[in-house]
Design a protein. Structure first.
Length: 271
């Protein structure tokens, strides 16, 4: 098993184009949020915007819009539009799931995206729950980002922390997809790739919303042209590093997900 450390990161990131413009660095669509869960959408969209991509559009509920724009006026948004009315080809990556809800309408959105969008897709949170029974729609440019509980539901049997590497390997043997198994020393696994474990992060990050931040960060890296496996590895490393920077300024007990986004400005690994 490999380690995602600074040496690996430096060997696998590529420099930004000096002559680039906003479209050069990619456009992310975030499909997230529902009544009572608008915060997940906002965290995911802000994380994408602050991790190097050129543009972010958020498909969010109306209740999220005023907060979204107050936090990040650079974000674009859509509400109420049916997913079938959106031209998905304009996006370089789509992130779906944080706070989306597990009702039938959400499942229909997920299935439409998985059926019609050919680019990289980051599937998180409620979308992971909705994907059960639709394994045939998974592709090699999709990234699943379950926490242990979600991973157990995906597998259909108990998650074993002592066998997590084997369980991750077994999962990608059955499903041609990139897997980010979150937790202490997050694992990244993909078919025909080295199983990797992350070396950054701390227990202060065990708080609501940090997974939503990771989803946005990985999506931004995909939009900038990183292959899904590398985007996942780089994303989890930077995510953990942002948490490590945050706890230099405040206690682990008081760390919240937005602190990770605020810490991204101090990381220059992908400049």
């Amino acid at each position: 098993m490999g380690r995602i450390d600074l040496n690996w990161i430096q060997a696998n990131v590529h420099p930004r184009r000096l002559d680039g413009h906003k479209k050069s660095f990619g456009h992310v669509l975030v499909i997230a949020g529902s009544e009572g869960k608008a915060g997940a959408a906002i965290l995911c969209a802000r994380a994408a915007l602050n991790n190097g991509c050129g543009m972010v559009t958020a498909m969010v509920p109306k209740e999220a819009v005023s907060i979204l724009l107050a936090e990040s006026p650079e974000l674009m948004y859509v509400t109420d539009k049916k997913i079938t009315a959106i031209d998905l080809t304009q996006f370089d990556c789509i992130a779906i799931g944080p706070g989306l809800g597990v009702h039938e309408a959400s499942k229909n959105i997920l299935i439409h995206v998985m059926t019609h969008y050919k680019g990289p897709l980051v599937i998180d949170a409620d979308a992971i729950t909705l994907i059960v029974g639709h394994w045939n729609l998974l592709q090699l440019n999709h990234i699943l980002t379950p926490h242990p509980g979600e991973f157990a539901r995906l597998q259909g049997f108990d998650y074993d922390p002592n066998e997590r590497e084997k369980q991750a390997k077994d999962f990608i043997k059955e499903n041609a997809v990139n897997l980010v198994l979150k937790g202490a020393h997050t694992i990244v696994a993909a078919p025909n790739e080295t199983l990797m474990t992350n070396t950054t992060g701390n227990d202060g990050m065990a708080t609501a919303g940090t997974g939503d931040v990771l989803t946005g960060m990985i999506a931004a890296l995909c939009a900038q042209g990183y292959a899904p496996y590398k985007a996942a590895c780089i994303g989890v490393y930077m995510h953990g590093l942002a948490g490590d920077i945050a706890v230099q300024k405040k206690s682990k007990a008081t760390l919240v997900a937005s602190d990770l986004i605020n810490s991204l400005s101090e990381i220059q690994l992908i400049d």
